[in-house]
Design a protein around this ligand. Structure first.
Ligand SMILES: [Zn+2]
Length: 84
């Protein structure tokens, strides 16, 4: 199962990025996933649920998705450096 790398913050409408790394065995129902809002810096702890599982629709990647993926990989690199 997969969870979104990015959600929209319900407070300010800015993208919130996933903080939690995927478990080795993949996400399971009931796992906690933390997101950090890029706008208001709020943290969101969500639980993987059936709805997320049903929500996975295969779509062709768009330019926006591509840009998001690059941005996220940069954020993850920075995070890795921070934790060293
Ligand atoms: Zn926010």
């Amino acid at each position: 199962m997969d969870v979104p790398k990015q959600i929209t913050c319900v407070d300010c409408g800015q993208p919130a990025y996933r903080l939690t790394y995927p478990p080795e065995d993949g996400w399971e129902l009931g796992d906690y996933v933390a997101y950090r809002c890029s706008g208001c810096n709020d943290r969101w702890d969500l639980i993987v649920n059936e709805e997320d599982a049903a929500d996975q629709m295969p779509t062709a990647p768009t330019i926006a998705d591509e840009a998001r993926r690059i941005l996220e990989s940069r954020i993850e690199e920075i995070r890795k450096k921070d934790s060293e």
